[in-house]
Design a protein around this ligand. Structure first.
Ligand code: SF4
Length: 360
């Protein structure tokens, strides 16, 4: 097992081998890398590049692009050339597309060996990746398990997924190809958790891409993903992550960062501490908190900002935060570093908070 010199081997993700996706390290104790996937038309270079820029601004570190047809390869190549982030080519069914994508600027390939056309074709993809010096993610999916494993009664679904992925890894390694990342996703949260735990036991040296697949629309998808990925990350399982949402992918990236920050693993941008409001509140606190959150999207510093509805918990929480407000009737007291700095009317709260953050 690979280990960084001097590193304490406490968590599974410190034992994994490190691969590089462009300039982003994945595995070997590196910070869990945040990734997402483009949703623009695969032929529309401008739309994809704009989406990558918005995702990079939100904190995305690796971006994946579907290359569904050979006719999309020119666009893929141009997107790679213009992208500020390493671009992963997502390819199914046609090994030749993956081989070409490797030649045309992909920073990594994502394939499912089960649908790429057999071992011979998969081997050609590995050769192309090796020649280009890029890693390959082997993505196993509950919906496309190898028939010989799928029909075994002695194994649970997590065991089948993990076994399938492990067999692919063994095949790659027997060929001398070791730049492999593995994912084995299911839409069911606990199946996903059990599968990744099994993978961490079975192939502890291989970096894992974690995610709950087809998690759903924004609300359900974030809750399902955060519950599953939260368990895994806390156990030290997972080297790169995606929160899949039926939504703008920028929200996938925000959700990843919010989760990493909640687990105290990585922090980017502000954290908002806001109360749920109750009958004591005499301002539009929900609207206020949403406006504050909107303004803070451009702030990079990991500041804590409290937006509290009244004097019961307000001053205490606002004082603990870097900046905060505790609201009264149509007005609010503003705190910075634990000190009251001013009192402002309700309609000036957002502006006052931004000014105080800038002073920090
Ligand atoms: Fe209610 Fe005040 Fe607590 Fe907010 S801070 S929930 S308004 S008591």
């Amino acid at each position: 097992a690979y280990r960084e010199p001097g590193a304490q081997a406490e968590k599974p993700n410190q034992l994994t081998r490190r691969v590089m996706v462009g300039s982003v390290p994945v595995g070997g104790g590196a910070s869990v890398a945040v990734q997402s996937m483009l949703t623009a038309d695969a032929l529309d270079v401008g739309a994809n590049v704009s989406q990558i820029e918005a995702l990079a601004e939100a904190g995305c570190e690796i971006i994946r692009m579907a290359v569904p047809r050979r006719s999309c390869l020119d666009a893929f190549e141009e997107v790679c050339a213009r992208s500020p982030l390493p671009v992963v080519a997502d390819v199914h069914f046609d090994a030749q597309i993956a081989i070409e994508a490797a030649r045309r600027g992909a920073a990594k390939l994502r394939i499912n060996p089960g649908n790429i056309g057999g071992w011979d074709k998969a081997d050609l993809v590995l050769d192309a990746a090796e020649a280009a010096g890029i890693p390959v993610r082997i993505g196993v999916n509950a919906g496309s398990l190898d028939e010989s494993i799928a029909r075994r009664d002695d194994l649970s679904l997590p065991q089948k997924l993990a076994l399938s992925a492990s067999e692919y890894v063994r095949h790659c390694e027997q060929r001398g190809f070791r730049d492999v990342v593995v994912s084995a996703k299911a839409h069911d949260v606990m199946t996903t958790v059990r599968t990744y735990r099994q993978l961490a036991r079975d192939i502890p040296h291989v970096p894992l891409h974690i995610g709950v697949t087809e998690a759903g629309t924004r609300f359900q998808g974030i809750v399902k993903s955060a519950s599953g990925l939260g368990i895994l990350l806390e156990e030290g399982i997972g080297d790169t992550m995606r929160i899949s949402l039926t939504d703008d992918p920028v929200n996938e990236v925000r959700a990843c960062w919010t989760l990493l920050s909640a687990l105290d693993m990585r922090r980017r941008g502000p954290e908002i501490i806001s109360c749920p409001t109750c009958g004591r509140c005499q301002v539009d606190l929900i609207g206020l908190a949403e406006r504050v959150e909107g303004h803070l999207r451009t702030v990079r510093h990991p500041v804590k900002v409290a937006v509290m509805g009244c004097v019961v918990n307000g001053p205490g929480e606002a004082k603990d935060a870097d900046v905060g407000v505790a609201c009264g009737k149509g007005s609010a007291v503003v705190f910075r570093n634990g000190e009251v700095v001013r009192k402002v009317p309700e309609d000036e709260v957002v502006g006052a908070l931004i000014e105080e953050i800038e002073k920090l």
